[in-house]
Design a protein around this ligand. Structure first.
Ligand SMILES: Nc1nc2c(c(=O)[nH]1)N[C@@H](CN(C=O)c1ccc(C(=O)N[C@@H](CCC(=O)O)C(=O)O)cc1)CN2
Ligand SMILES: [Mg+2]
Length: 299
């Protein structure tokens, strides 16, 4: 097979944001509640600055209230924890997001664990991790949610599919496995120590790459006809004549598209879904805090 369908993450993210805006309007109209998201940025990491600006713009565009706290790079852990404690108590704040990575003097785990689980719209708090794993509600992390929504645009029912995830991080690989189990996939988590990794990935009907290594998954690692979801965002060294290096995923796109039946590009695949799903989690956090059932926001 040649010439896979390219799954357009920008377009799907726009649809999700449209659905979120409808739900925000309904929540205001029917319950007088305007969801509020607060983003906290510590330091001046250039990529993080771009991401938080996009989060804030998209939050406002969906009709929600966006607030931002920008703290200096030398902020102490105690000061950040004090801010989180204030936000936990603030009734106008339904979602709290502390942009990662944090400067090295701050323990990320301690900060994540300080966020009220009800307002943890990143879905990183252990209570949410546990709830998602056991099926007892909870808030699922944005990037894995985005992956599942994208996979379902080509295969609305994932039941029975052989899903192989390459990467075992707490924020992508492990929660993605839980979400795919809920979709009735047979799930394998492979990683850097997996024996004969290409043999394992070639079993996948649904292959999801989240290792953080540029173009590691080659075309001949892909089963013909598979759906490939690439979570990686890696910047290559600039080539002569280029100002910035090219962005590539964890999958060698040009090779894999010849073998797969559908594939996400980088950029424009999973990345845009992360912020769209953050907005969806925020509207559902506002609903839960007000005693309302969550709404399903897929594609
Ligand atoms: N608290 C959090 N911190 C971080 C998260 C997160 O989900 N929560 N994820 C990443 C950064 N991130 C959002 O915060 C993010 C990364 C990438 C994109 C995106 O749209 N990428 C574009 C390409 C962007 C570029 O040109 O550089 C794409 O893939 O098309 C959105 C959000 C780490 N920190
Ligand atoms: Mg993410």
């Amino acid at each position: 097979m040649s010439g896979a369908q390219i799954i357009d993450g920008k377009q799907v993210a726009q649809q999700v944001r449209g659905r979120v805006a409808e739900e925000v309007a309904a929540l205001k109209r029917d319950h007088g509640v305007t969801p509020g998201l607060t983003v906290v940025l510590v330091g001046e990491n250039p990529a993080s600055q771009v991401y938080v600006r996009n989060k804030s713009r998209q939050t406002e565009a969906a009709g929600m209230v966006s607030t931002m706290h920008k703290l200096p790079a030398e902020t102490s852990e105690a000061d950040l924890l004090a801010l989180v404690a204030d936000l936990n108590e603030d009734p106008s704040v339904h979602g709290i997001l502390v942009q990662l990575p944090l400067p090295e003097q701050i323990d990320e785990t301690r900060v994540i664990e300080a966020i009220s689980p009800a307002k943890d719209v990143d879905g990183f708090h252990p209570e949410n991790v546990g709830r998602v794993a056991t099926g007892a509600g909870g808030i699922a992390p944005c990037t894995p949610l985005g992956c599942v929504i994208l996979a379902k645009t080509v295969q609305p029912d994932l039941t029975g599919m052989e899903a192989v995830i390459v990467g075992r991080s707490n924020i992508v690989g492990k929660p993605l496995a839980q979400l795919l189990l809920k979709e009735n996939c047979t799930v394998t988590i492979a990683h850097s120590r997996t024996r004969d990794l290409p043999e394992v990935t070639r079993r996948a009907d649904l292959l999801l790459a989240a290792v953080g290594r540029a173009e590691m998954v080659r075309g001949d690692w892909v089963k013909p006809g598979a759906t490939v979801i690439d979570v990686g965002i890696n910047r290559l060294e600039p080539q002569p004549g280029e100002e910035k290096g090219r962005l590539v995923g964890d999958v060698a796109f040009e090779e894999a598209r010849e073998v797969a039946s559908a594939i996400t590009p980088v950029p424009g695949g999973v990345g845009p879904m992360t912020i769209a799903c953050l907005l969806a989690n925020t509207v559902n956090a506002a609903r839960a805090i007000n005693g309302l059932e969550p709404v399903a926001i897929g594609a």
